[in-house]
Design a protein around this ligand. Structure first.
Ligand SMILES: [Zn+2]
Length: 275
């Protein structure tokens, strides 16, 4: 589809990636970079992750700054506790009460979120794991979904299960959905061991397309393609699934990378809301 891809954008000094086509369809979408905040050292400079040693007031400032740059300060923000699982939370107005960009309302352990309520901001925090943005653009009954897939979530098919939850809760038709796989650790860099390989082999019908041997006991696992397959399995059309093709480990100038920076790093924020 023409123009259906990620593009960088800068607002109030905050550099983020967005999906112009999703925005045309009445959503706001963002995946932040490390540019535009006031964190120092290894967290420089737009760390939005609370589970780090960055002072919480700095993280809050950065989160607020992103919300302001996106024009989403006044909305109700909701996050799941990301546990590398496959639970998908269907977010309603009552779940979102009191949620802000600094401190989103939480819906318990959930690596997938979906809502059809306008003005609820779904948010997740990332540093190598795969953010998956899903939109059912059906006029009058639009639905959004946001999933978090590290290797565990990916082999548990959190992407497919998020689409299934949209279908179950809201009558979404998967063939009408659009999905975008955001910046995350790429097939160039994501090295895994035999333990992960076994899980991939048990979970995908054609694991050979997802794994490339790169040394004794070492493979490269293609999380982007795995999540794409998961979305196709959910019923999405191949031309409606795109990937940013941006590797967080290759591009530590732009992104935090848990793997490249050996755990001492910040988090980017993925935001998706119906306006
Ligand atoms: Zn890479």
């Amino acid at each position: 589809m023409t123009g259906f891809g990620f593009e960088p954008r800068k607002a109030n000094g905050v550099l983020y990636y967005t999906l112009p086509y999703f925005e045309l369809m009445g959503t706001r979408v963002a995946f932040t970079t490390r540019i535009g905040g006031k964190s120092h050292g290894v967290y420089q400079e737009l760390n939005t992750g609370r589970n780090t040693k960055d002072p919480p007031e700095v993280v809050d400032y950065n989160r607020q700054r992103v919300a302001h740059a996106l024009g989403l300060d006044g909305l109700q923000w909701v996050a799941g506790r990301q546990v590398h699982g496959d639970r998908v939370a269907v977010v309603t107005r009552s779940d979102a009460v009191g949620g802000t960009a600094r401190q989103p309302a939480t819906v318990g352990a959930a690596d997938g979120l979906t809502t059809r309520e306008k003005g609820i901001c779904l948010v997740g925090y990332f540093a190598d794991c795969v953010p998956i943005f899903i939109l059912d653009p059906e006029p009058g009954r639009e639905v959004v979904g946001l999933a978090h897939g590290g290797w565990r979530g990916t082999v548990l098919h959190v992407a497919r299960k998020t689409v299934a939850a949209m279908q179950r809760a809201f009558g979404t038709s998967p063939s009408g959905c659009l999905a975008a796989i955001g910046p995350s650790i790429g097939p160039c860099c994501y090295e895994v061991d035999e333990r992960v390989v076994r899980e991939v082999e048990g979970s995908f019908p054609n694991p050979g397309r997802l794994l490339r041997r790169c040394g004794p006991g070492k493979w490269k696992f293609n999380l982007w393609e795995a999540n794409r397959q998961s979305l196709l399995e959910a019923g999405l059309a191949p031309e409606k699934v795109i990937s940013a093709g941006l590797c967080t480990m290759c591009r530590t100038d732009l992104f935090y990378s848990h793997r490249a920076e050996r755990g001492k790093t910040g988090r980017m924020m993925a935001v998706l809301t119906l306006l």
